[in-house]
Design a binder for this molecule. Structure first.
Ligand code: AMP
Length: 393
């Protein structure tokens, strides 16, 4: 395998969701072919793949097959079976590598890594037994949040704990699996920084996004975030420290809590493009997905400069479909609004079906345009215009 992997080559991606679909779009634009490993051709990335390896993400044989068909493998989901991915090593590059995945998929390792790099994080304790519940609960500050160490995302596998006595019951509710107890953070804002590190150690950072969550799921992201230069610098330094400390080749997103006094605490990392970075497609010179392609292929990284005054992104959850088909023309009539749908046929409540990005002259305009476009999806559609008859008069 030689660097760079040239356009025309076939790239592999583990996972068939929307992040994979947007990776495929970026790779196609640059002249690459993409082979997707996922259980069904109906999945968002499966629909647009050049080739498909049909299988479960934890299936080592399927990963080995993907490796035999591609020069490099990247992923769109970190809760993967690392042993299965190890089957790719020696056949195709893995970007990100196994050691980063070991950290990012396990909250225990993640938090210990943040601490060992000297990064600020909420107080935490590992809870793996009833004994841990009793011993730790006794002097841990409350309220707190108990999170499963593995396979948690979008607030799944989390319980808020109000008192030491409630800890044991919450641990049982989560299935008595390894967990991390974390102090509840009275944050005034949530931020994320998407960073990229290339094959040769080159680093490119996007400016921080300001994020708002509803029911633990990202609802709206905004750039630029309303931050002082000091907070922006600190967020960038933390991201740089993680990209270097974890020897990342690829995209890494760092989620941060902003405290009232301006300090930042690291919440978690994602070793891949992130929902908050979707706004880089319209907002920045190079999208986070193109950076994933560039880093995976050993190409120079692209500019992370914002090319519009402001950009906002809001998620479209399946709830918007419950009263009937959304009013797409209504949403797209909002100036500056762009629609992204992921090709999912079943609109279940809470399921991420797509997103809307809106650009504006300032953050308030971008934010209000994105929210207005989404609100219009629920308004009754105007009756369809009559199409001109064939041949005309
Ligand atoms: P996570 O999956 O850990 O990113 O959690 C999802 C969301 O839950 C975060 O974006 C926060 O809004 C909230 N959350 C998670 N952990 C904490 C915490 N320790 N204190 C306060 N809110 C939290």
């Amino acid at each position: 395998m030689t660097v760079p992997i040239q356009p025309g080559a076939t790239l592999g991606i583990v996972g068939g969701g929307q992040l994979g679909r947007m990776f495929v779009a970026a790779a196609h634009r640059m002249g690459y072919r993409v082979c997707v490993l996922c259980p069904s051709p109906e999945e968002p990335a499966g629909q647009v793949a050049d080739e498909l390896v049909r299988g479960e993400l934890a299936d080592g044989d399927a990963v080995a097959k993907l490796a035999s068909m591609t020069d490099v493998i990247t992923l769109e989901f970190e809760n993967v079976n690392v042993d299965a991915l190890a089957r790719a090593e020696g056949h195709a590059w893995l970007r990100p590598g196994l050691s980063l995945l070991e950290v990012a998929r396990d909250r225990r390792r993640e938090k210990r890594t943040f601490a060992s790099l000297g990064l600020p994080l909420p107080r935490f304790a590992v809870i793996e037994s009833e004994e841990d519940c009793e011993r730790t609960g006794a002097d841990f500050p409350m309220p707190a949040v108990l999170k499963t160490a593995l396979a948690g995302y979008d607030g799944k596998g989390q319980r808020r704990i109000e008192s030491p006595e409630a800890l044991g019951a919450a641990w049982k509710e989560l299935g008595q699996v390894p967990t991390v107890l974390e102090a509840f953070v009275p944050f005034v804002g949530e931020l994320s920084v998407v960073g990229v590190r290339g094959h040769d150690g080159e680093i490119a950072l996007y400016e921080p996004c300001h994020n708002t969550h509803v029911d633990h799921v990202l609802d709206l992201s905004l750039a630029p975030a309303p931050l002082s230069p000091e907070v922006t610098r600190e967020a960038e330094e933390i991201t740089r420290a993680l990209l270097e400390g974890l020897d990342v080749t690829g995209v890494l997103c760092v989620e941060l809590f902003l405290l009232e006094d301006g300090r930042l605490l690291v919440n978690e990392i994602a070793p891949r493009p992130h929902n908050s970075g979707h706004l880089t497609i319209e907002g920045h010179a190079t999208s986070q997905f193109e950076q994933q392609v560039r880093a995976a292929c050993g190409l120079p990284l692209g500019s992370t400069r914002r090319v519009v005054p402001s950009v906002a992104m809001c998620n479209l959850l399946g709830d918007l479909w419950q009263a009937g088909p959304p009013n797409w023309p209504g949403a797209l009539a909002v100036p500056g609004a762009n629609l992204h749908l992921y090709g999912k046929s079943e609109a279940r409540p809470g399921r991420k079906m797509g997103h809307i990005t809106a650009v504006g002259a300032d953050p308030e305009e971008a934010r209000s345009r994105a929210l207005e476009a989404r609100a219009r999806l629920l308004e009754p559609a105007q009756s369809a215009a009559t199409a001109p008859s064939a041949g005309g008069s």
